[in-house]
Write a protein that binds this ligand. Structure first.
Ligand SMILES: NC(=O)C1=CN([C@@H]2O[C@H](COP(=O)(O)OP(=O)(O)OC[C@H]3O[C@@H](n4cnc5c(N)ncnc54)[C@H](OP(=O)(O)O)[C@@H]3O)[C@@H](O)[C@H]2O)C=CC1
Ligand SMILES: O=C(O)[C@@H]1CCC=N1
Length: 265
């Protein structure tokens, strides 16, 4: 096979995955090909990572693993002529697009559906994967290795992939909104912007680390912070009044439903 790995679509996620794979020496850059329609994008990726680039998806399809990283709306166009792609294994990170749909486009191929997230850019992503019946253990291990390079990997039933998309796939945007809003609150209370941002970010990072390392339930942590008649319970009362928890639940459900809609297009 001409390439060990090809990435169809060198956008935000394509580059995030590529950058970590090259940095961790999982692939030799010359064995990787990225296909993208934009010449400027191709030039940038070739220069920055030393990989092969092409505007032609058929060229990129000559790879052991072909990773689809285009928008769901671009999939039909990107897949033209690829139904008999020589690729040994196909991996899709597209929101909403099901294994059944991919199996129709790529008949009789081993296919893995995956949902990573943007902390992949700094190796702190989380990716859920679900494979079809044709994926063998060597191929699954190779796919796991790709996603381990960008963070942690969990295997889920394919029926849960839209929910994963609604939670962790889209989740970095929710957390970013929370951090921005916390910093705005700090500024409203008189803190300089840069310090407010640092405090907000480190509070989110540190809290996630604390929960992860101690395995405390979030409610126990909240109880540890809330002194009787103190500052925190005054804030928590406001958050409950504003429906923060309900809003977050509805947000994850809305993103899950949207992923289901994207799969129906
Ligand atoms: N962004 C995120 O946080 C996450 C995204 N995803 C999924 O990853 C996929 C990519 O998302 P993202 O990286 O954000 O999107 P981007 O738009 O940044 O990247 C998609 C890339 O594919 C290129 N492209 C368009 N048409 C074709 C084609 N026919 N052949 C080859 N390349 C093509 C685009 O070029 P051009 O811009 O010129 O059209 C663009 O460079 C989506 O399906 C999304 O659902 C999954 C997890 C997280
Ligand atoms: O917003 C989207 O559709 C993509 C999928 C998950 C994160 N971003």
């Amino acid at each position: 096979m001409k390439f060990q790995l090809s990435i169809i679509g060198g956008g935000v996620m394509g580059e995030a995955i590529l950058s970590r794979l090259v940095a961790s020496h999982i692939y030799v850059p010359a064995d990787v090909c990225v296909s993208d329609p934009m010449p400027e994008r191709r030039d940038l990726l070739a220069q920055k990572y030393g990989v092969q680039v092409t505007p032609n998806n058929l060229v990129a399809a000559e790879a052991e693993i072909m990773l689809l990283a285009v928008k769901p709306q671009s999939l039909s166009a990107a897949a033209i002529g690829l139904s008999n792609a020589p690729a040994s294994c196909i991996v899709s990170i597209l929101a909403g697009v099901t294994l059944a749909q991919l199996e129709t486009m790529f008949p009789n191929k081993p296919i893995v559906r995956a949902m990573p997230n943007t902390p992949a850019q700094v190796g702190a992503g989380v990716t859920a994967i679900a494979a079809n019946a044709l994926v063998n253990s060597t191929q699954l291990e190779a796919v796991r290795k790709i996603f381990k390079a960008i963070g942690t990997v969990v295997e889920v039933a394919e029926s849960l992939m839209d929910a994963v998309t609604g939670l962790s796939g889209s989740g970095p945007a929710y957390v970013a909104l929370v951090i921005e809003a916390m910093a705005d609150g700090g500024v409203a209370a008189g803190l300089p912007r840069a310090i407010a941002m640092q405090l907000a970010m480190q509070t989110v990072l540190g809290t996630a680390q604390l929960l992860s390392e101690t395995k405390l339930h979030p409610a126990q942590l909240k109880d540890q912070v809330t002194s009787p008649a103190g500052t925190t319970i005054a804030a928590v009362a406001q958050l409950e009044k504003a429906g923060l928890r309900s809003a977050m639940i509805e947000a994850v459900l809305a993103a899950t439903h949207r992923a289901q809609e994207l799969g129906k297009q």
